[in-house]
Design a protein around this ligand. Sequence first.
Ligand SMILES: CSCCC(=O)/C(O)=C/O
Ligand SMILES: [Fe+2]
Length: 200
Amino acid sequence: MAVLDKDPREEVIQAWYMDDSDEDQRLPHHLEPKQYVSLQQLDELGVLSWRLDADIYETDEELKKIRHDRNYSYMDFCEVCPEKLPNYEEKIKNFYEEHLHTDEEIRYCVAGSGYFDVRDLNDKWIRIWVKKGAMIVLPAGIYHRFTLDSDNYIKAMRLFVGDPVWTPHNRPNDHLPARKEYLKSFVEKEAGIQTVNAAA
Ligand SMILES: CSCCC(=O)/C(O)=C/O
Ligand SMILES: [Fe+2]
């Protein structure tokens, strides 16, 4: 019997559908019963992920290759805690406003942990828990938000193609080309599947 190895990403990235409660945003907000979302399902939404060795990010060849292949020329760090992040309270509030960007949001958690929430195609919230070693890419045009978890600390590497643009476009902003392109990619995928089926 073939034994399937566990995907190493699952040790540092987990995702699940959220409940609607107004309780503290830093709690997990699982549905009852819990409903997990696979990395494959995230991939289908355009959310890419890797597991890297965060202890060696300065010399890591795997990170170097991802940056090279995807043209991530810009890099800095964002440490989210009151002592290190200027205007902490305002930033925390803004990160949790539902928004989109006109470019990918690329984050590599090198310490701590946090939640990136993304909307699925039925507009339901999926909570993505990233821990040390998790790198994720949220595609341009996806509605999302970020919050710390109850450990209250994350240090994330931020990557970007060229000069960074961090502008959040709060929902609703459906007229933006990035949003339209994001939604169009699903129509195209669907059409592609139908073309393959018709040819079979
Ligand atoms: C962990 S990085 C802070 C969150 C952030 O940069 C962002 O843009 C959230 O959408
Ligand atoms: Fe964002």
